[in-house]
Design a binder for this molecule. Structure first.
Ligand code: GLC
Length: 745
């Protein structure tokens, strides 16, 4: 420590001298760089390589709450062979690990602890696809802020979140972890997560990690880890923007993805990890691999062995090796053989040390290991209320026939039925961190919490989520017959979405639909509550249920949020961040598609369509109803011609013409009618969520600048092109009014 003190004190002198002799003071960044270089200058090659090595704690998967530090890990930490752990959790346990690094290693470089805090650490928030359905970046930022408080209080410095992969195939289970199909919405949600997690890097903030860089959601067939192969233009204009938005929001790390793009695995791609990330975007943070994604270059047929994989990845710009052990095992030989320059290793070490300095770990390595904080800051009322608020705002009202919702408060008997009706496990959703089912409010509990003694609540599970057992139907029908209304809670289990959880169908699993059909025969109204991690082809429910509320996996407060929304305490205003297909056979189906030379026309055989399906999805991108109604009028433009120096104000009047006050997400889309390449039929370019009292009307304005019209043109330059454009404004991507303008040279 003495040596380090001398170095740091010399830096202090440098910076003070600048102050005294009025030479320019060093900036914060310059001071950190000087500190990093000082530490780097003391490091042996082994110690440098150790900083690039990340190991997972615990046996296999899942967070490790509290185990004694095994000697083999202590020895490696002591020898400076480990720079980071993932899945080491708890103020006390991370303290034990940190103590070894800070007291017993030669240079006392602190460890950085990472964990997948995707939608909650202990208090679970809605899954990210649900958070995206709020169309409120500020709400997502608040969610991430609270997640960070819990995680940081439990010793976690760094989350492997946000997952920002665009997904156009709902068979892909990781659609649950992201913000859906649209680059504009996805970019705003990526930036909101980063701001919420990182804040001002206080000791209640955590480092964000934008993942999975890049293009992971484009897996063929929706099969996780599968080949990704799309044009550079599709990559640049559809899949890349959310990663860039995360970087521009200040994310300090990225995670390289498992997949290849067009033959080059991301974890070995210099084009991605250096050319785009460093040279185009000037990213200064570090990149961690996905779990053994370096080692998987061998299976990709891109590396001959683990040593070759390490050579490729390090030289491509992948800084930290999660769990492949390629770097710690082979980098020294690779340097000796001249296949990797030590200067390249230095660059990666600098990036990692810089983040450790920025987090204050050198100043106080134990700042996140405070047991009192841990007790005080986790599962607090504030955090639970925040989770409840996010949950209510994430719900999407898909159907509400004859305004059966909100539920009349005088319903005497309410039957809560279905495998998700009194289920405290699945509302946590995938990647639920330490979310505990014991803390979850089920729908049944939420209703009991809500209704006073005046209403009787009946319950029946009816069936399981995913088997063929119909033995519970009889009891369910009996309870339904005694009720005034049925709340039918159906969907998926939490392990049907998330990593490697790919389904070949989008139907309700098991016999849930059969149960619904039996309940329909009772003649009682059916309000269906959907819990799921992906768009589902709920055609029968759409035809036969009286109302459908999409609740995704709403987290710890699910039951209370659902009861409050169904009874009208909160008027649902969520909008779909991903298209719901009528059947898996329609996939891929997404709103910002191309027109083709033969756009679908059911009256014309020779056009792009299916013989056995309508042209449209079950529910389109941006769709969501309200308990009230909104009327759009007076759509107009401030001008109908602009040059690249001008802008256009799009204005529209929105009136609440219904019986309840409510929020509406007013959406603005643009179409470039003719381009040097074909252009999507529409692209989301703006939205505003407004609150309108009954009868209230507001004018909503959007501004379009020339930069909003840019795309990757035929010459691969990102630019706008003069010509005609259409502007669409409305309540979703289909129900819109349109006007036209021209961009002139
Ligand atoms: C997993 C996931 C990644 C996660 C990492 C660490 O394989 O792909 O999203 O952050 O491993 O758990």
């Amino acid at each position: 420590m003495k040596k380090l003190f001398l170095i740091f004190s010399s830096i202090v002198v440098i910076s003070l001298s600048g102050f005294i002799s009025n030479t320019p003071k060093l900036s914060n960044d310059e001071i950190i760089s000087a500190k990093v270089d000082s530490v780097l200058s003391l490091m042996t090659l082994d110690e440098k390589i150790g900083q690039l090595n990340q190991l997972s704690f615990g046996i296999g998967w899942g967070p490790t709450i509290k185990v004694a530090v095994p000697d083999e890990y202590k020895a490696q930490i002591r020898e400076g062979k480990i720079g980071s752990f993932l899945n080491a959790i708890g103020a006390e346990f991370t303290y034990e690990l940190q103590k070894v690094a800070v007291n017993e290693s030669r240079l006392k470089i602190p460890l950085i602890f990472g964990l997948d805090v995707i939608h909650g650490f202990k208090t679970t928030f809605p899954v990210p696809l649900g958070e995206a359905a709020t169309w409120q970046p500020e709400i997502v930022e608040m969610s991430a802020h609270y997640q960070a408080i819990e995680a940081a209080s439990a010793g976690i410095h760094w989350t492997f979140s946000p997952m920002v992969d665009i997904a156009r195939d709902p068979r892909w289970g990781r659609i649950m972890e992201g913000a859906g199909e649209d680059p504009y919405l996805g970019s705003l949600m990526a930036a909101a997560h980063v701001r919420g997690y990182q804040g001002n890097l206080s000791d209640l903030n955590i480092i964000a990690c934008v993942k999975h860089y890049a293009g992971y959601g484009g897996a063929e067939g929706g099969r996780d880890y599968n080949t990704v192969d799309f044009s550079e233009r599709t990559f640049r204009d559809i899949y890349l923007p959310p990663y860039k938005a995360g970087v521009e929001a200040g994310a300090h790390t990225l995670m390289a993805s498992f997949n290849e793009i067009g033959g080059i695995p991301s974890s070995g791609s210099k084009y991605l990890l250096n050319d785009i990330l460093r040279e185009e975007w000037n990213f200064k943070g570090f990149v961690v691999s996905d779990w053994n994604s370096i080692g998987e270059l061998i299976l990709h047929g891109f590396a001959s062995d683990l040593k070759h994989a390490g050579e490729i990845s390090l030289n491509a710009g992948l800084d930290m090796d999660m769990e492949s052990r390629s770097y710690i095992t082979h980098l020294k030989e690779l340097v000796d053989e001249g296949k990797v320059d030590e200067s390249t290793i230095d660059e990666s070490v600098r990036r990692i040390l810089r983040i450790k300095f920025m987090l204050g770990l050198f100043d106080d390595p134990y700042a996140y290991c405070d047991k009192e904080r841990e007790q005080k800051n986790i599962m607090t009322n504030d955090i639970k209320l925040a989770s409840l608020e996010v949950a209510k705002r994430s719900f999407v009202l898909l159907k509400n026939e004859k305004n059966i919702l909100p539920l009349k408060k005088d319903y005497k008997k309410i039957a809560i039925i279905g495998p998700l009706a009194n289920n405290s496990v699945d509302p946590i959703g995938g990647w639920g961190g330490l979310g505990d089912s014991a803390d979850v409010t089920t729908v049944l509990e939420g209703f009991k919490n809500y209704v006073d003694g005046s209403s009787q609540i009946l319950y029946s599970k009816g069936c399981n989520i995913d088997d063929q057992d119909k033995s519970g139907f009889k009891d369910a029908v009996t309870k339904a017959k005694k009720s005034d209304v049925i709340i039918l809670c159906v969907g998926e289990d939490r392990d049907m979405s998330g990593e490697a959880c790919v389904r070949s169908t989008l139907d309700l699993p098991g016999v849930q639909e059969d149960l619904a059909k039996e309940l329909l025969k009772t003649g009682k109204p059916i309000i269906s509550v959907l819990m799921n991690g992906r768009p589902l082809s709920i055609n029968w429910l759409n035809e036969n249920a009286n109302a459908i509320l999409e609740t995704w996996f709403a987290g710890t407060m699910a039951g209370d949020a659902i009861a409050k929304v169904l009874f009208g305490d909160y008027n649902p205003a969520g909008k779909l961040p991903a298209t719901f297909p009528r059947t898996v056979g329609q996939v891929p189906i997404y709103y910002n598609h191309k027109n083709t030379g033969r756009p679908g026309d059911l009256k014309n055989h020779y056009t792009s369509k299916y013989l056995d399906l309508p042209l449209t999805p079950l529910y389109p991108f941006g769709y969501g109803l309200s308990y009230t109604t909104f009327e759009y009028s007076s759509l107009n433009l401030s001008t109908n011609k602009i040059t690249e120096d001008d802008s256009i104000v799009v204005s529209v009047k929105v009136k609440n013409s219904g019986k309840y006050e409510g929020e509406e997400v007013v959406q603005m889309y643009v179409q470039d009618l003719v381009g040097s390449v074909t252009r999507p039929v529409k692209e989301l370019k703006g939205f505003k969520k407004i609150m309108l009292k009954r009868g209230e009307e507001k004018t909503v304005n959007f501004t379009i600048h020339e930069k909003d019209l840019r795309f990757t043109a035929a010459d691969m330059k990102f630019k706008s092109e003069p010509g005609l454009f259409k502007v669409f404004v409305g309540t979703n991507s289909v129900d819109v009014n349109e006007v036209q303008f021209e961009l002139i040279d």
